[in-house]
Design a protein around this ligand. Structure first.
Ligand code: AVI
Length: 328
């Protein structure tokens, strides 16, 4: 059931367009050149990302799903203390595929759940709601279209426990500095007894990381290059996708995977809508994404700086991925 009182309006297409224009103007004229990772997710990009999540080399989604399946009961038991319903708030809910494991566990325990998926994409939220609605007709849905980075969500006071979910190692796409306001806002919205379940990817051997971000079928390469298609379409640019190649690098100093697009030759690209003529040298790169990988220490530091304490950590046997239950 979708609560008809739900608020939140999709960002006006004009806002997305002007944000894109501003970021492209700044990012492509600075050195090193860069674009923001959110630009990777147009319709084609979101579809390619879905494909990435089931690639043999891309272990995070699969590993997190196994952890959730194995520990959903323990996670719920440590938050729910009844008799009031449990409110589950999910940042960047996407299709809510992994959340369904927690909802199944809640159904087994007869816990009444209010599920609030938050996402910038209205289409993703519709998909999340219809997936949840068909499998769990008793769950009350309160979807919210919001950019939780620019507009920190304000949760209504609630008589019961709240479990916030931030899964899929999405926090890793922000620098530690960028992620602080997101986590701090969550901490400020949660009461004692509430919790944040955070999914984070951990530092591991470089070849495993490189393979995950440079798969042999070339899906991640297509995902990265698609950002240029988006600029061609939305800003009337003339990037030649054959003139650039995908690069995935491990940056040990920053503890992050980086995606770049490298110019294969000297070339000039026009971004007509912005009146830009960009000269690329051969080998020059555009930095498109960071994906931070954590250690116990850096994860603990990130959370404590935002006002959280880790209560429980669940890791897979290879220690490649962590789910942490955090309290303020
Ligand atoms: C969405 N995000 C957590 C993914 C990641 O692993 O950083 C995005 C991604 N980029 C390349 N492959 C997957």
């Amino acid at each position: 059931r979708v609560d008809p009182s739900q608020e939140g309006t999709p960002p006006a297409p004009r806002d997305v367009a002007s944000q894109l224009a501003m970021e492209v103007r700044n990012g492509l004229q600075s050195r090193p050149r860069s674009l923001k990772p959110w630009m990777l997710y147009d319709e084609a990009g979101s579809h390619l990302f879905e494909q990435i999540t089931s690639l043999p080399e891309y272990y995070p989604t699969r590993t997190e799903r196994t952890l959730l399946a194995g520990h959903a009961d323990a996670i719920l038991s440590s938050v729910f203390d009844g008799p009031q319903p449990l409110r589950i708030v999910e940042l960047g809910a996407g299709s809510a595929a992994k959340t369904c494991m927690l909802l199944s566990a809640a159904a087994r325990k007869n816990i009444d759940v209010i599920y609030m998926p938050l996402d910038v994409s209205a289409e993703a939220l519709e998909m999340a709601c219809s997936n949840v609605e068909s499998a769990f007709p008793h769950v009350l849905l309160e979807p919210l279209v919001v950019n939780y980075v620019d507009t920190p969500p304000q949760l209504e006071p609630f008589d019961g426990r709240t479990l916030a979910l931030y899964l899929g190692t999405s926090i890793g796409n922000f620098t530690p500095k960028e992620s602080q306001p997101i986590l701090r806002n969550l901490a400020a919205q949660l009461d004692h007894g509430d919790a944040l379940l955070l999914g984070t990817d951990l530092v591991k051997e470089e070849p495993t990381l490189i393979a995950a971000y440079d798969d042999c079928q070339g899906v991640t390469a297509a995902f990265n290059l698609n950002i240029l298609n988006r600029l061609n379409r939305e800003l009337d640019a003339d990037f030649d996708l054959m003139g650039f190649r995908h690069r995935a690098l491990w940056n040990p100093l920053e503890s992050r995977m980086e995606m770049h697009l490298e110019s294969l030759r000297r070339q000039t690209v026009s971004v007509r809508q912005l009146g830009l003529e960009l000269d690329f040298l051969r080998g020059e790169t555009i930095h498109t994404e960071n994906s931070y990988k954590f250690t116990d220490q850096t994860l603990g530091d990130l959370l404590s700086a935002a006002g959280f304490q880790i209560e429980t950590t669940w890791k897979d046997p290879r220690r490649w991925y962590a789910l942490t239950l955090n309290r303020r």
